[in-house]
Design a protein around this ligand. Structure first.
Ligand SMILES: [Zn+2]
Length: 72
């Protein structure tokens, strides 16, 4: 039988829990950055009226829904 002190058992438990929390945090940050990059590709800003909008697909020249001016 393996003899383990209560201190080392608590230390292993705390370190494992902290590691799981850090891994979940890194995973959520990675997923959030991917989601924001996807939205940023679809985001357009009109050069005339400065209206910001999202397009359905990443089109190079989507017209502004407010003033119908082409965007870059
Ligand atoms: Zn506009």
């Amino acid at each position: 039988m393996i003899r383990v002190s209560i201190t080392s058992m608590v230390l292993v438990l705390v370190c494992t829990s902290a590691g799981i929390v850090v891994l979940l945090w890194l995973l959520s940050e990675w997923l959030r950055s991917r989601r924001e990059a996807r939205l940023r590709r679809r985001a357009k800003k009109c050069p005339l009226c400065f209206f910001e909008f999202l397009t359905a697909a990443p089109l190079p020249q989507a017209p502004c829904p407010r003033c119908d001016a082409p965007t870059e």
